[in-house]
Structure formats: structure tokens, C-alpha cells
Design a protein around this ligand. Structure first.
Ligand SMILES: [Mg+2]
Length: 224
């Protein structure tokens, strides 16, 4: 089960900037906390709701959320053009191909962004989207809830009951959700971000997927 931003696509900075600018575009709100750990859940839906509650004293209505999603997508597309596209984390395309071909593993997506923006980012990065079971911020406020829905959909799509689920993510909120769900965790991060994941209890942190064997070794090593 893969998170998206920072895990499969190198899109954290693009995503953060587009989100902050869209909050200003739609609500005229500046100066929001970009320390995402200060929000109850690190998902687009929850972050937007809490920003509106703090700054406007109310939740966004469904029209505002729809408008926000549309504007966010435009901001992401503009940012992607500036940067020459959304890039996959190195080796992610080869890894997903190997997983698709594997008789022992299946994969799905569970991320904190909204579906429309995830679709844009994965397609821009030339990673598979359409056939892969997924759940995102449209489906639940919390990452744990998103992961559980993704698992349900994966079981339906693949017609299997999965007793061993491994979550792959890049944020400390990903490590925490994995712990809450009892899923072993593989971190994808470098430098200080990698140190933070380890400090949060991530047993394995890889910089990317260029060394595919390292990822497969990690899968086997941490599977219960
Ligand atoms: Mg992420």
C-alpha cells in the first residue's frame, strides 16, 4: 500500500505550494501553518477544514470544496509545467512493474491528497493509475480510514483477502498511521527526513527504488 506524494512522485514541494496558493485564491487566507503535523490528519480534506475553522470560524461548504479542488488542480498543472513535469521517485516505475508481474504481491494506493490531484500527478509521472485500487482524501478524513478503504477495494479488485499489508510512505504521519493499523512500514526518504522517520520508529528507510533488490529484501525482512 503506497502513499503518493514523496513516496511515488517527487511532488511534495509542488503540492505544498499549490495548496497554500489555492487557500489564498479561494478563501483569501494567508499565513497558514505548513507544518502539516499541526493538523489532526495530514489529508487535504482535513487540513482545509481545519484552516477554515481556525480562520473563518466555519467548515468549507461542498461548493467551496469543489471550487478548491478545481483550482488546486490548475495550480498543480501550472507548477508542473514550470518544473518540466511531475517526476517519479527514482525507480518507482520499475518497482510497480515488478509488483504487477509478481505472483506474491499486489499493490494499491492510499494517500492524503484528493483523487483528482493524485490522478494528475501519477499520470504526469507516467505511473499507473486507472487499474490500481485506491483511496484518497475524498474517501475519509484520516489516513487510517483511507488505508482501510484502500484495503477493502484492493480485496474486491484482486478477489483476495490480504492478511499481510505493508505501507510505504515518506511522512511521519505515515509511520504513525502504519503503527495504528499494525502494518509494517517501509520509509522512502533521504537526509533529515530519513532520520525523522527512523526516530518515529520506521525499521527500514530507503532513499528511492533504484536498488530494487533492496526494496524486495526489505519487503521480505519486515513482513510478519
Ligand atoms: Mg507523502
Amino acid at each position: 500500500m503506497f502513499d503518493i506524494d514523496g513516496t511515488l512522485t517527487a511532488s511534495n514541494d509542488l503540492d505544498d505550494l499549490a495548496f497554500v496558493r489555492t487557500v489564498h485564491d479561494i478563501f483569501g487566507i494567508k499565513d497558514i501553518s505548513e507544518d502539516w503535523t499541526t493538523y489532526t490528519h495530514v489529508t487535504d480534506a482535513c487540513i482545509l477544514r481545519e484552516i477554515c475553522e481556525q480562520q473563518l470560524g466555519r467548515s468549507p461548504n461542498s461548493e467551496e470544496i469543489a471550487l478548491f479542488q478545481k483550482q488546486l488542480l490548475q495550480r498543480l498543472a501550472q507548477g508542473a509545467v514550470r518544473e518540466g513535469g511531475v517526476f517519479p521517485i527514482a525507480g518507482a516505475d520499475a518497482l510497480l512493474e515488478q509488483l504487477q508481474a509478481s505472483p506474491d504481491y499486489q499493490f494499491c494506493y492510499a494517500g492524503g491528497a484528493w483523487t483528482a490531484s493524485v490522478q494528475f500527478k501519477l499520470q504526469s509521472a507516467e505511473l499507473p493509475f486507472a487499474d490500481i485500487p485506491h483511496a484518497f482524501a475524498d474517501d475519509h478524513d484520516s489516513r487510517e480510514g483511507i488505508c482501510q478503504i484502500a484495503l477493502d477495494r484492493a480485496q474486491t479488485t484482486y478477489q483476495q483477502i490480504f492478511t499481510h499489508v505493508i505501507y510505504v510512505g515518506d511522512g511521519i504521519w505515515d509511520v504513525r498511521a502504519s503503527k495504528n493499523l499494525g502494518y509494517p512500514f517501509i520509509g522512502i526518504a533521504t537526509g533529515e527526513d530519513a532520520q525523522r522517520l527512523k526516530a518515529e520508529g520506521a525499521p527500514v528507510v530507503l532513499p528511492h527504488y533504484e536498488d530494487l533488490q533492496a526494496f524486495w529484501d526489505a519487503l521480505v525482512a519486515i513482513a510478519p
